[in-house]
Design a protein around this ligand. Structure first.
Ligand SMILES: Cc1cc2nc3c(=O)[nH]c(=O)nc-3n(C[C@H](O)[C@H](O)[C@H](O)COP(=O)(O)OP(=O)(O)OC[C@H]3O[C@@H](n4cnc5c(N)ncnc54)[C@H](O)[C@@H]3O)c2cc1C
Length: 378
């Protein structure tokens, strides 16, 4: 499907594929097993401009488009989905400051974030507020010229390493979703702590932890966007980040397909490579078909985003399809590998575990269906 890509997009795709194969593939298994945050890789990826692909050069971004971002996410995930989710959440932090920040905030935060000198995180979820994010209880109360934040955020990607957090808090509890405001919080602020670190099934090289805000005092100018418009800000970043997660899911699926093709050609049973059996060929054909369908849906959503067309439904369709394709392809990859697919020596075991979460974060598959149906029934 490369014919759909511009020369710049093709060059980026090749550059990411080469980096991913040479630098990410050799360490991904160990990072997963030992839960090692890939700090060196993140540094190298930022030097390549991959921590701020679609953001302006004036802030240190690569100045490319959302199709490039999706291609980069796919290429990185081809060998390590955990590295990709670190970048996805970091990008979401950049995106919200870029879209909703004032001039001073953009100037202060974007250059460090785009250059990878600082890492970002996105703090919306709480223990009682997952899919129903508006049920959050973290509070922000005025105290003179400051805001005082109290509450605990749950499942925050990059929590253990992030320097800058976008935190959503209730500023008018009675107004529910119309009483939420976004804030920029720096990690050294007193009262800001990293809480329990989760031990996860997949994407284990990325950290997922609580962020605890205990009388965390921030100056009023750290408010991001308008008062009580935070929920719209949270939703505002979702189309782009869902396209990124669709790219992540596609990279995992791609890995499952490529490893399965190689294995099927090599593995001999009944005196023949298993690739010669119709049962295996049909699995491979179905995997490729599903992958290409999801790729085209994701390309469409990214292209629409670049053309500034409304694409909330299209981003949800892409994320829903790509995440289900990732699960399908990785499950079939294990089947094709037989018993070897079930042991850690082969990467498909990791791909299968990593694929699962793409149906959960950035909105579960059920929530994507809710979004899609809402647009259909409008
Ligand atoms: C590894 C990981 C990283 C994450 N990173 C971040 C992060 O960086 N920042 C952040 O803020 N959050 C993050 N999250 C949180 C993630 O976005 C939530 O887990 C997700 O939104 C689902 O919320 P929940 O886990 O509370 O599940 P729940 O909302 O409790 O859902 C449980 C089940 O009920 C279903 N359900 C809920 N409501 C409906 C409905 N209306 N219709 C049909 N079914 C429904 C869900 O689809 C799901 O199947 C992360 C989660 C994980 C696992």
């Amino acid at each position: 499907m490369d014919y759909l890509l511009t020369e710049e997009q093709k060059m980026l795709k090749e550059m990411v594929a080469n980096f991913s194969r040479a630098k990410i593939k050799p360490v991904a298994g160990e990072h997963d097993e030992k839960k090692i945050f890939p700090a060196e890789l993140i540094k190298e990826l930022s030097a390549l401009g991959l921590l701020a692909v679609a953001y302006p050069e004036e802030y240190g971004g690569a100045g490319m488009d959302n199709v490039c971002y999706f291609i980069a996410m796919e290429g990185i995930s081809r060998h390590c989905a955990a590295t990709a989710v670190i970048i996805s959440v970091h990008t979401l932090c950049i995106d919200l400051i870029h879209r909703f920040g004032n001039k001073r905030q953009k100037k202060k935060y974007l250059p460090d974030l785009c250059a990878g000198r600082k890492l970002g995180c996105f703090c919306l979820t709480e223990s009682q507020a997952g899919s129903d994010a508006a049920a959050l209880k973290t509070s922000a109360k005025r105290q003179g010229d400051n805001w005082v934040l109290n509450g605990t955020k749950q499942f925050i990607t990059n929590a253990a390493q992030a320097d800058i957090a976008i935190v959503f808090a209730s500023t008018d509890p009675a107004a529910h979703k119309d009483g939420i405001t976004a804030f920029i919080v720096e990690k050294d602020t007193s009262g800001y702590h990293v809480g329990k670190l989760e031990d996860k099934l997949g994407v284990r090289a990325s950290s997922t932890a609580e962020i605890i805000l205990d009388d965390c005092i921030i100056p009023e100018e750290y408010q991001l966007g308008e008062l009580n418009k935070g929920f719209k800000i949270a939703l505002g970043g979702l189309s782009g980040s869902r396209i990124g997660i669709a790219g992540q899911a596609l990279g995992i699926a791609r890995g499952a397909i490529e490893d399965s093709v190689s294995y099927a050609k090599e593995r001999v049973q009944f005196g023949r490579p298993i690739a010669e059996f119709q049962g295996i060929k049909w699995y491979l054909a179905q995997m490729q078909t599903e992958y290409e369908a999801a790729w085209l849906l994701t390309y469409r959503a990214a292209r629409m985003e670049d053309l500034k067309l409304p694409c909330v439904m299209e981003a949800s369709i892409a994320k829903l399809k790509a995440s289900e394709v990732a699960e399908f392809c990785t499950s079939k990859a294990i089947q094709i590998h037989g018993g070897y697919g079930y042991i850690k020596e082969f990467d498909v075991e990791r791909y299968f575990r990593d694929a699962r979460v793409t149906q959960i974060y950035e909105g579960t598959s059920e929530i994507q269906r809710e979004v899609i149906a809402k647009y259909m029934l409008k």
